[in-house]
Design a protein around this ligand. Structure first.
Ligand code: ZN
Length: 287
């Protein structure tokens, strides 16, 4: 397992962590100040400053992109199918322009939440079938751009509104069905917030192996959690044994960035430099 205690060269910042403190250019400038050499930006943050300007800023700063957030939301009614396809193709094009290592997929829950305006459905099995088909379609396009797709299983609390792929096993089942030859075109983004509780986690990380482990996200699970979406904890402030999960993925050969992704009303209220200083300190001590 890599030693993170002396530096933060393997720290990547998911830019949603400080989305309330500045725009993407402000965040990139702050990363330069703090010696952070990788980010994972969100599409809305890129759109806000403009794709060309974002591409230039990333290149000028010499930043790596550990991922691009996000593609997905594959579940929709018939009237919104083409929106799903076109939107995800644009995500691939943007990620390619930015030089991202992969596109993180949040696959969608029930159609009315994933693609607002879709007809109401309670059929989660149908939603999961749509996810399978939607990823298959996107994969063809992403392969041409040589952009790997990283399915992020989300905690079951998000099954209705964000993602009906809720375990690492489910995500890997899709990978194996669509890519039996393990071509590295598709894999998983494992976020400790979503997977730490899973009794099957150890076995599924072994099953994933290096080929399928495309991204690793960290934060912490606070007790109590006051808001299921926007009360993620800073690493070390909650109950997740982050080091043991990192040890498991690294035992499989994962050697990429440890990406900090904290959606938190608390941390969004603090100065940008304080948040980044704390991220770096915790990365060295508890990640
Ligand atoms: Zn994540």
């Amino acid at each position: 397992m890599r030693d993170f205690s002396n530096d933060h060269r393997w720290l990547s910042l998911n830019t949603a962590t400080v989305r309330k403190q500045g725009d993407l250019i402000d965040i990139i400038d702050a990363c330069a100040r703090h010696g952070i050499r990788a980010i994972d930006p969100w599409r809305d943050q890129v759109a806000h400053v403009g794709l060309d300007r974002a591409v230039r800023a990333v290149k000028d700063a010499g930043l790596d992109l550990s991922g691009y957030c996000r593609g997905g939301m594959f579940t929709a009614d018939g009237a919104h199918r083409s929106e799903v396809r076109d939107d995800n193709r644009r995500a691939v094009d943007e990620a390619a322009a930015l030089g991202a290592a992969c596109i993180v997929l949040v696959v969608g829950g029930l159609p009315q939440y994933s693609r607002p305006g879709s007809a109401v459905s309670k059929d989660i099995a149908a939603a999961r079938n749509q996810v399978h088909d939607g990823i298959a379609e996107m994969l063809d396009y992403a392969k041409q751009a040589k952009l790997p797709l990283a399915i992020e299983p989300l905690h079951p609390a998000y099954a209705a509104d964000r993602a009906c792929v809720n375990t690492t096993r489910q995500a890997l089942d899709i990978c194996d069905a669509l890519d039996p030859g393990r071509s590295c075109a598709i894999g998983v983004a494992l976020d400790v917030y979503h997977i730490w509780w899973d009794p099957e986690l150890t076995g599924q990380i072994v099953r994933a192996g290096k080929d399928r482990l495309l991204a690793f996200h960290v934060c912490d699970w606070l007790v109590p959690t006051k808001d299921i979406l926007n009360d993620r904890g800073m690493m070390g402030d909650g109950v997740i044994d982050i080091k043991s999960v990192r040890a498991m993925v690294e035992a499989q050969g994962f050697a990429g960035y440890s990406e900090i992704e904290i959606f938190s009303n608390d941390w969004w209220g603090r100065p940008l430099d304080e948040v980044l200083r704390t991220c770096i300190e915790r990365h060295r001590t508890v990640v």
